[in-house]
Design a protein around this ligand. Structure first.
Ligand code: ZN
Length: 323
């Protein structure tokens, strides 16, 4: 090792000498020129030495560079993975982002878009209700109350004389009691949609599930004492037998749906006119006698726009009933 080091150090010196030799011969004429040339030679020597040093410094020796590369890779991987982990985590927030709901797929349950006819079942898997049980159609709005969009939906419903069902988030009911009072005052039905929209609520301990559903009902009753809360809808439609049994013990029936325009899926259907057209098209093409339509009255302005025309379209063809 000492010999190799000596050789490595000596190498740049040899190259500097080789480069400087012709210059020495040419600059043997005048003193000022010699000084300039000597300065140039010195600069060249420094540059070559620096370049060589850089090269040597980046030439891996058997032990250090491998460890360095491993450490660098590990740090890079950790840096890359960190945001992904954060995105995947389900934070116990009171306002779950639409993308989270989308990930769990507020997807229709089995039996979605079913065409009811003679012998059609009102209930789907796990005995959740997916149809009204009559030829009438029902509207449900989830994830509110929302100070911006819930009043707009309520205005539309009032203008058309339609009663709907609002599946409210408990923490939002706590934050916007006036909206709960307005929903009730205008004759709509209330549905417990859990305290903070945890998509894996059904996998949480029973003690937590109990607290979650009771806390939501308490928030609703803090706004309107003793108002009936007839339904429970699991976040994302992720019902489990345990959740259904718990809801039943609290006097609530599990409420599903059969028409889902996926108005939360801006990644799939865009915003503005494309989403409005999508919502309108899906509802118009899939609604059937007895349908329960799922929509959202929180953070989805396109839903409000779509219902401005959908309500008239639906009323011209169906009786809109209250659950
Ligand atoms: Zn929801």
């Amino acid at each position: 090792m000492p010999q190799r080091r000596t050789t490595a150090l000596a190498a740049p010196q040899r190259r500097v000498t080789a480069l400087a030799a012709p210059q020495r011969r040419v600059t043997a004429l005048a003193a000022p020129q010699r000084r300039v040339t000597a300065l140039a030679a010195l600069c060249a020597a420094l540059l070559v030495a620096a370049a060589w040093g850089f090269h040597v410094g980046n030439t891996p020796t058997p032990a250090v560079p491998v460890a360095h590369r491993v450490a660098t890779t590990t740090r890079a991987q950790a840096t890359t993975k960190q945001p992904t982990t954060r995105i995947k985590a389900v934070p116990p927030t009171t306002t779950p982002p639409p993308t989270t709901a989308a990930a769990a797929g507020d997807a229709p349950q089995a039996g979605a878009h079913a065409l009811p006819g003679p012998g059609s079942r009102k209930t789907g898997p796990l005995s959740t209700q997916i149809l009204t049980g009559s030829s009438s159609v029902a509207l449900t709005f989830d994830d509110g109350p929302d100070p911006t969009y819930t009043p707009q939906i309520l205005d539309l419903l009032k203008d058309h004389g339609v009663k709907a069902t609002f599946c409210v988030i408990g923490s939002r009911a706590r934050d916007y009691p006036d909206l709960i009072r307005r929903i009730v005052a205008e004759g709509h039905t209330l549905c417990n949609h859990s305290w903070q929209h945890l998509l894996n609520l059904g996998k949480r301990p029973l003690s937590y599930q109990t607290w979650d559903l009771e806390q939501t009902n308490n928030a609703i009753h803090a706004a309107v004492p003793d108002v009936p809360i007839r339904y429970f809808r699991a976040p994302g439609g992720n019902f489990t037998r345990g959740l259904i049994d718990l809801a039943g013990r609290l006097g609530m029936s599990p409420l599903s749906w059969d028409v889902d325009p996926r108005d939360w899926d801006t990644a799939g259907y865009g915003r503005g006119t494309p989403m409005v057209n999508h919502i309108t098209s899906v509802v118009e093409h899939t609604v059937r006698p007895g349908s329960i339509i799922l929509s959202h009255d929180r953070a989805h302005p396109d839903t409000v726009v779509a219902y401005r025309s959908l309500l008239s379209w639906l009323q011209a063809r169906y009786t809109l009933t209250q659950l």
